[in-house]
Write a protein that binds this ligand. Structure first.
Ligand code: NAD
Length: 272
């Protein structure tokens, strides 16, 4: 079900599916979306310093009034806040805005050359203080993770990367897996731009599901985490209704074959 969790290599458990809240800058819209998602069973909410809505997420959480250990909150440190002091200071602000004593998962939003290791030191420190339960990265490629490994005491347990049928990054997902890192897909729906792909439409017809549901089910069956965004209650429910059917191996392969290596994002900076 939508509340299902997977175990991370640090022993914590993370819901496989969550709600992304990028571009939900209107406070009322963000609160409504989070409330709808929570009501339907979503437990993971993915924000970032960069999204400018940590306060709105905090208000939404207050209004829900759930047990703290029932919900799972991710935020991300922006590039301008990297470095030891930058992480420490900005994280304190994030906690305050979110109205929390800890976040479940803290991610480095993008790999940048400057302060590469100091940033991670701060992450390890926040984890040791219990202010962050799990630490991870976002938009890290193999080269970044290999480089991090040369000095890290603890490796990231999650790597959140752009991932959808047009950018399935099979080798990267495999690399994460071999390093006990859970891959989490951002823009799991290709930001809504790939719904009219004929392969997806055909598979959707087979199952009487929407193309969005087919894509999300594909992520689920690949064993990766995903955080689709929508502000509309009907779509939030639709995106969460993927636990009552199964794609065949052949259908999975057809979607794997849709890869075009097309990125929405910029190429992550090379670090060495
Ligand atoms: P997405 O793939 O989740 O697509 C979202 C868009 O798809 C929506 O705005 C809507 O237009 C459409 N949509 C969603 N559900 C639909 C449905 N059922 N039917 C029709 N249309 C539907 O793209 P995203 O928002 O970029 O990514 C999801 C989340 O990932 C973000 O909200 C954010 O939390 C995170 N993210 C992280 C990074 C990063 O660098 N780490 C970058 C971008 C996004």
């Amino acid at each position: 079900s939508i509340g299902s969790r997977i175990e991370l290599s640090d022993g914590n458990k993370m819901p496989i599916q969550g709600l992304g809240v990028y571009k939900m800058t209107d406070e009322e819209q963000a609160i409504n979306a989070i409330q709808s998602a929570y009501k339907f069973g979503y437990r993971l909410f993915d924000t970032a310093q960069m999204y400018g809505n940590e306060e709105a997420v905090g208000r939404a959480l207050q209004s829900i009034n759930a047990d703290r250990n029932e919900i799972f909150i991710t935020t991300k440190i922006s590039e301008e806040n990297q470095g030891y002091d930058g992480v420490m200071k900005s994280f304190e602000q994030s906690l305050k805005k979110l109205g929390l004593d800890y976040v479940d998962l803290l991610l480095v939003h993008w790999p940048i050359h400057q302060h590469f290791f100091e940033t991670w030191k701060a992450f390890e420190q926040l984890k040791s203080e219990g202010l962050v339960k799990s630490i991870g990265t976002s938009n890290y490629g193999m080269i970044h993770l290999e480089y991090l490994k040369t000095k890290a005491n603890e490796m990231p347990v999650v790597n959140q990367i752009e991932n959808h049928p047009y950018l399935s990054q099979a080798a990267m997902v495999e690399f994460d897996k071999n390093n006990q890192i859970v891959t989490q897909a951002w823009a799991p729906l290709g930001r809504g731009r790939i719904f009219d792909d004929p392969t997806l439409i055909k598979i959707a017809d087979n199952h009487k599901k929407s193309t969005a549901q087919i894509i999300l089910r594909w992520h689920l069956q690949r064993g990766i985490s995903f955080i689709p965004k929508s502000v509309h209650e009907n779509r939030i429910i639709e995106n969460g209704s993927i636990y009552d059917f199964e794609l065949t191996n052949e259908e999975m392969m057809l979607i794997d074959d849709m890869n075009k290596n097309v990125r929405i994002s910029q190429e992550p900076e090379m670090v060495y």
